[in-house]
Design a protein around this ligand. Structure first.
Ligand SMILES: [Mn+2]
Length: 308
């Protein structure tokens, strides 16, 4: 059996990420392709923040690749096969930091560390272990993944911070530069969507814990982040597109300390109502069909029961 390094150094590699790839996913893919080579599959789309990286790092992805043309397929930053745009017949390696749903048994190698805050963090650590030198550009991509997935360093542990500091040294950058990168300069349409969402916001208090919910037509994540900034401990934001319902959730550190895990919350919700969900402890999502208000109420009721 091939080892992880054999896979990474293999010829003809395709690198896949979760749909609507975020900076952590794209940063991970960039580092792997820069150091070991390989095509980055962008068929599943790139989110707004990560799109800036395409230009910044001059990333040229491929769309609708024929899996048969590749010897190795590597999947990065995806919690389960459902999160990538298509499931290839064979997967050589998965590197991820989400709650392991046990669905990656189909991959030959798995490097899954649920304690890692970002996928680029795992990759940085792996390169160190393999004694592979990280160049300035790659270090910057690692940092962007770590900075965004930690929500601008609002979470972190000594391991994370040490890795972060090492990468900062190599990238010769500072926090200000990273913050500027993330200032998507919340443009007018984002701000308007957030204001409308706030007008529709409802909340309930359970002791000191506040659960808030609303719905928007776009920018769900920005909305949910704004709600947590405003004091919500658990925020649910619903949206509907072509009959499909998406719920984005965010949780404050305060409920996380009480043992609440949003990723687990959404994946178990999938057993109760038909749908698919998962993610991190503090940021996760759920997809289903039906009435958005109804689904939000189910989320709220269940969350209230769980924190009781
Ligand atoms: Mn990630």
């Amino acid at each position: 059996m091939k080892s992880i390094i054999d896979v990474l150094e293999g010829k003809n590699k395709l690198i896949m990420m979760h749909r609507s790839a975020d900076p952590d996913a794209l940063g991970s893919a960039y580092v792997i392709s820069r150091i070991f080579g390989g095509d980055i599959d962008i068929t599943g789309g790139i989110n707004r923040t990560a799109r800036k990286m395409l230009e910044m790092f001059d990333i040229k992805g491929v769309e609708n690749p024929d899996f048969r043309n590749y010897d190795e397929i590597i999947v990065l930053d995806a919690a389960s096969p459902h999160q990538i745009h298509a499931i290839p017949p064979e997967i050589s390696l998965v590197i991820d930091h989400h709650l392991d749903a046990g669905e990656w048994e189909i991959a030959e190698h798995r490097l899954i560390d649920e304690r890692a805050i970002s996928c680029t963090q795992i990759i940085g650590k792996l390169l160190k272990r393999l004694e592979i030198e990280v160049d300035e550009r790659s270090a910057l991509a690692v940092l962007i993944g770590m900075y965004t997935d930690s929500r601008g360093l609002s979470m972190g542990n000594p391991d994370f911070m040490r890795e972060f500091a090492d990468m900062m040294e190599i990238a010769r950058t500072n926090i200000g530069t990273l913050r500027d990168f993330l200032q998507t300069g919340n443009n007018n349409s984002v701000k308007t969507a957030i204001m409308k969402g706030l007008q529709r916001l409802k909340f309930r208090a359970q002791g000191e814990i506040i659960i808030a919910w609303t719905h928007v037509s776009m920018f769900e994540s920005a909305m949910a982040n704004a709600m947590v900034c405003a004091g919500a401990d658990i925020a649910f934001v619903g949206s509907e597109k072509n009959g499909e319902i998406r719920i984005i959730g965010r949780a404050s550190d305060r409920v996380l300390e009480k043992g609440f895990h949003l990723g687990r919350f959404f994946s178990s919700l999938g057993y109760e109502i038909d749908g698919e969900g998962g993610g991190h402890d503090g940021a996760a999502g759920f997809g289903t069909v039906g009435d958005v208000e109804n689904i939000l109420m189910i989320c709220v009721t269940r969350a209230m029961a769980e924190i009781k």
